[in-house]
Ligand binder design. Sequence first.
Ligand code: ZN
Length: 146
Amino acid sequence: MRPTGHLIASLTISSISFKLTHSGQFFLVSFLAGILIDIDHFIDYLFYCKNINFNLRNFYLTIINLKLRKYFLIWHSFEFIVFLWVIKLLWINSLLYTAFLLGITQHLTLDIIYNSPKFSNKVLFYSFIYRFNKSFEKNNLFLNNA
Ligand SMILES: [Zn+2]
């Protein structure tokens, strides 16, 4: 899903949760988590492009047009989010931690729904173990015409 879509979705879901919790902090944490999880695209970009002269437009076009050779996307992973939910269920009873989980979970869910046509495996792409087994290589993770 494109950044504008995530912005609108995160704003909508965080607004609904604000109505339920009456917490401005819950709104803010959920909203930011729903957007900032995409920072892992930036990490992949810096790691593989090794572009010293960073240019925001070039970054955006590289990500949107799938021009990286490898895709770690460490936070776009079922394993990462399930791990964080397990921690919540076992040890952390915090409203703000729940807001954070709501933000990243809705983000990943929307990415699965809207990004999947480009991937060779529509669901497993979001598994870190799957990407690891595919050596994080674009050619192993995306359809030939992506
Ligand atoms: Zn994303």
